[in-house]
Design a protein around this ligand. Structure first.
Ligand code: SF4
Length: 544
């Protein structure tokens, strides 16, 4: 099975025609609205640092659709620190409508061909389009095999972007032929979205722009990936996260959240929002609030900051490490966040416990994308990621707050380094997420079941104190505690039935997720021991 995943961010700007000019249009010129796309992408840089790009619609240019993209951070791709080069790029890619993208992925590496948006040129304007997406098609392999059953078909890359391209192109050809026969306008974007998505099982938001100047933004029927939008006078804007709209200067009262399975179309300058695909179950990814989203964003009306603060308060309620050192009588307990996603939780936990929250770990934020000598292995990179501060940590008992443990490599390396450099008395690890026990098939980069840390101890059973002690020992911690699954809904503020929590409870919200997890469990036998989590009665491979 392909393990190619795209964890990305999308942005959209469309200055509607009609005479009124948005106050946000640069120089009061609607045709310059696309110049705001790079700054929106900067606000989504947390969602992808591998590549960035833009497609602009401008009917006054020969290249009615024009795409610019490359590998690198937004500042690198758009040359934001070199003013003249940046202006050249923005001048060249200028228009009244644009879509933009940042990409993080497990495939494609530094190949610019994998960067988005993907533009498909055509001599007919209604067949010439560009699109970008955030998410993952869980039934990727099945669809790929089906397409390649046709000996005349060819897929050149190992990415689900090609599936979007294939099914969108097929749907456009079908709808335009049908509509031409019916003497209808050649823009049934609702039909195109419905037809293309009828093949997909997975999580996605898509932004699509064609050379007729028509646009759609759509969301999968479970609403797993976030998307918000605003219609403010003549300006339509959409983004994966609200901080991209807020920082543009859009009134927070005018930021709305696209519903699961909903589609926004702009056809001939008219905006319409419709339920495109029936949504029988919502499954917003809870991990967005824990880790993925920017702490300044609001998703589905729930603030990411407040969710993380609530998680910290739950950790405080669970805490049983004595506030005063029994041996010495000192108040030597401190809370230390692992930067940056855990800061809100750590501050709330410390406040509730009445102990200091101190920055004992400094994030070496520029290491991540460099090729530094001595940084070859995952362990090396993990060690180089943070610098412990002895001035803060020495002689202290630490409650170290982090957002998750997936493989444990980073945590093991970090704890070793904290002990070596920081010289604390004790390290108690507190995690603002339940144990990750199952892979994500919906676009968040997680390894196979066998590579995950927690399942090797839990083996499908509950997380007991005994398991916690064993895990702490392997990590090199004095103790370890996770948020329970039951606390998620109160912290996020949405009912559990409306959330996807599959990576921590193995309850996948789509048929393909259920099937792939069953398959994944059958692939794993921990050191030859029986896999108690496997519910497949017909297979006895790990019990032999
Ligand atoms: S499996 Fe986990 S990471 Fe993936 S969509 Fe569901 S909650 Fe999010």
């Amino acid at each position: 099975m392909s393990e190619c995943r795209d964890e990305c961010g999308v942005v959209v700007l469309y200055h509607l025609p009609g005479g009124e000019v948005s106050p946000l249009a640069p120089d009061g010129d609607p045709n310059k609205i696309s110049r705001l796309i790079p700054r929106m992408l900067l606000d989504l840089q947390n969602r992808g640092q591998l590549a960035a790009g833009i497609t602009v619609y401008n009917p006054e240019k020969n290249n009615i659709l024009n795409t610019y993209k490359d590998v690198g951070m937004v500042t690198e791709v758009f040359q934001l620190s070199r003013r003249s080069r940046q202006q050249q790029i923005l001048n060249q890619y200028e228009g009244p409508a644009a879509i933009g993208h940042v990409r993080y992925a497990t495939c494609g590496g530094d190949d610019p061909n994998y960067a988005q948006p993907f533009e498909r040129k055509h001599l007919r304007r209604y067949k010439w389009f560009s699109f970008c997406f955030n998410g993952q098609i869980a039934n990727y392999q099945k669809l790929r095999d089906k397409i390649l059953d046709d000996p005349t078909a060819h897929l050149s890359r190992d990415t689900d972007a090609e599936l979007f391209l294939y099914y969108l192109s097929t749907a456009i050809a079908y709808y335009n032929k049908r509509n031409a026969a019916d003497q209808m306008p050649p823009a049934d974007l609702l039909g195109v979205f419905q037809e293309a998505c009828s093949h997909f099982d997975g999580a996605y938001t898509i932004a699509y722009l064609d050379a007729m100047g028509n646009l759609f933004v759509g969301r999968d029927p479970q609403g797993m990936k976030p998307l918000c939008y605003s219609i403010d006078g003549p300006l339509f804007a959409a983004a994966s996260e609200s901080n991209a709209l807020l920082n543009l200067g859009i009134d927070p009262e005018k930021i709305k959240y696209l519903g699961a399975g909903e589609l926004i179309t702009i056809i001939n300058g008219k905006v319409e929002i419709r339920q495109a695909i029936p949504s029988t179950r919502r499954a917003h990814c809870f991990f967005e609030w824990i880790y993925f989203a920017n702490v300044a964003s609001t998703l589905e009306t729930r603030s990411v900051y407040l969710a993380r603060k609530a998680l910290g308060e739950v950790l405080a309620d669970m805490e049983d490490v004595p506030l005063v050192n029994f041996g010495t009588g000192e108040r030597d307990l401190i809370v230390v966040p692992v930067p940056d996603t855990s800061k809100a939780a750590a501050a709330a936990m410390a406040y509730k416990l009445g102990v200091p929250c101190l920055e004992g770990l400094i994030h070496n934020r520029y290491v991540g994308r460099t090729f530094i000598e001595g940084g070859k292995s995952r362990m090396d990179r993990a060690r180089m990621k943070y610098t412990p501060l002895r001035e803060v940590l020495e002689g202290k008992r630490i409650l170290l707050v982090d957002d998750s443990i997936v493989r444990s490599t980073t945590m093991v390396a970090m704890l070793k380094r904290i002990r070596e450099v920081g010289k604390p008395k004790e390290i108690h690890v507190r995690i603002t997420c339940p144990p990750v026990i199952a892979p994500c098939f919906y676009g968040v980069d997680m390894p196979t079941v066998g590579e995950l840390f927690a399942p090797q101890f839990l083996r499908g059973g509950p997380n007991t104190a005994e398991h916690g002690a064993k895990m702490a020992e392997v990590l090199g911690a004095d103790s370890l505690r996770f948020i329970p699954v039951s606390s998620i809904e109160s912290c996020v503020g949405l009912p559990k039935k409306d959330l996807c929590c599959a990576c921590v409870d193995a309850e996948y919200p789509t048929p393909e997720g259920i099937e792939r997890y069953r398959y994944a469990l059958n692939q794993v036998a921990w050191n030859g021991a029986p896999n108690d989590a496997c519910k497949n009665d017909h297979c006895n491979c790990c019990r032999k």
